[in-house]
Design a protein around this ligand. Structure first.
Ligand code: FAD
Length: 370
């Protein structure tokens, strides 16, 4: 757990002029969404990233946009607003590839499925209960048909790496390809960063570096505890249209892209997966392909490619967004960043620029670990 200086819970350092220069470390969906929101409000923004625009976890993501999975009611509310923030982005920027095909879900069955339906409906979430014939009608290619399933019509998909590239382009932010070695400070205030190609000066630094964020925070006496959660995505050859929804079964999640490729996390229930290792690569890949072949019998399903990344999961599974230990330092680290980054970016940008704190972020402050 954390040690050292306690973090401020408020935003006491948001009083710079309108053209303050903000450096964002990380060009995944989190940094990109924040660059877009800050630039939209007239801020001068520069991104620094080791990896190409599109990030690391963002480039290996399943990209399921949902609020049916949540760890607490504040987490649910943030995820709900996350879906709305994706719609706002689509209304603002043309040509985004975000889709709203809905999710057909039977990760839980029987009484547990009923309970999920009732809980979500009580929260006002759209849930349809489907019978076996209704499931067959929606997914004619599905081999083993469950007795019942839930359909979440408001859920969808975004490719976080594609979205990040679109947001960076729209932001007009400069992108520097470099590795940040340290955040620099003078007289108790952030002055910029030291990179492998030299120093970069700024009025503010936002750490959106995913799993690398804790290392950059450590010199400031703050430990951000993270879980070790490797994630592996398998992509298959292109198939005829077999999966028009995001499908979540007890042992496999899968979606199909516009070209027909299936995309499947190697672990079941990947959002709550707690494995710290992936296992032998050929074994894991083959097991995933076997499950996909069982779901869609008669289809020629083969391995096409894989993407692997450590998912940035803070110790309690919840996002971390807010001010750091000294004026000018901010952070945004999260799992479910495909769902959450756009809304966290909207809220954090308002807070960074004029100190407007949103109650939606109240439960996700860095000082909960201090
Ligand atoms: C297999 C898998 C499945 C997932 N499925 C879903 C899902 O279905 N739904 C969902 O909502 N979320 C999902 N996620 C989570 C989501 O993808 C992540 O939360 C999100 O992509 C995190 O984005 P990020 O920008 O914070 O981090 P990243 O994409 O990891 O980007 C970090 C950036 O920081 C840069 N960086 C790091 N260190 C430095 C340094 N020292 N100097 C300069 N740059 C640095 C990197 O180069 C990179 O650009 C999944 C993730 C994985 C891996």
């Amino acid at each position: 757990m954390a040690g050292g200086k306690p973090l401020p819970s408020r935003a006491p350092h948001a009083s710079l002029g309108a053209m303050a220069h903000t450096l964002i470390i990380g060009a995944g969906i989190t940094g990109a969404a924040l660059a877009f929101q800050l630039a939209k409000r007239g801020e001068r923004v520069t991104l620094i990233s080791t990896h190409a625009e599109g990030g690391l976890a963002s480039a290996a993501s399943f990209g399921w946009l949902n609020a049916s999975y949540f760890l607490s009611h504040p987490h649910y509310r943030l995820r709900r607003e996350g879906l709305a923030a994706h719609h706002r982005l689509q209304a603002t920027l043309s040509g985004l590839s975000t889709t709203w095909q809905g999710c057909l879900w039977y990760e839980a069955t029987g009484a547990a499925q009923d309970e999920t339906a009732s809980d979500l409906a009580a929260l006002g979430y759209k849930v349809e209960r489907l019978t076996k014939p209704q499931i067959a009608a929606r997914l004619p290619a599905l081999g083993p048909l469950p007795e019942t399933a839930l359909f979440f019509p408001d859920e969808g998909h975004a490719d976080p790496a594609d979205l990040a590239r679109a947001l960076i382009k729209a932001s007009g932010a400069q992108v520097i390809r470099a590795t940040v070695e340290a955040v620099t400070e003078a007289q108790g205030r952030v002055t910029g960063v030291q990179t492998d190609i030299g120093p970069v000066h700024a009025d503010r630094v936002v750490l959106a570096a995913g799993t690398a964020t804790p290392g950059l925070l450590q010199p400031f006496g703050y430990t951000l505890p993270m879980l070790k959660r490797p994630g592996l995505m398998i992509t298959t050859n292109a198939l005829p249209r077999v999966c028009p929804v995001i499908l979540a079964t007890p042992d496999q999640e899968v979606r199909q892209d516009a070209e027909g490729h299936l995309h499947a996390p190697a672990s079941a229930g990947h959002q709550s997966d707690s494995a710290e290792t992936l296992g032998s690569f050929p074994v894991v890949v083959n097991a995933t392909l076997q499950r996909l072949r069982a779901l869609f019998p008669g289809q020629e399903i083969h391995f096409a490619r894989q993407a692997m990344a450590l998912r940035p999961v803070p110790e309690d599974g919840l996002p971390v967004a807010g001010p750091g230990t000294i004026p000018g330092l901010w952070m945004a680290v999260m799992h479910s960043g495909a769902t959450l980054a756009p809304v966290v970016a909207e809220l954090l940008a308002a807070e960074i620029i004029d100190g407007t704190e949103s109650p939606l972020l109240g439960d996700f402050r860095p000082d909960r670990f201090a």
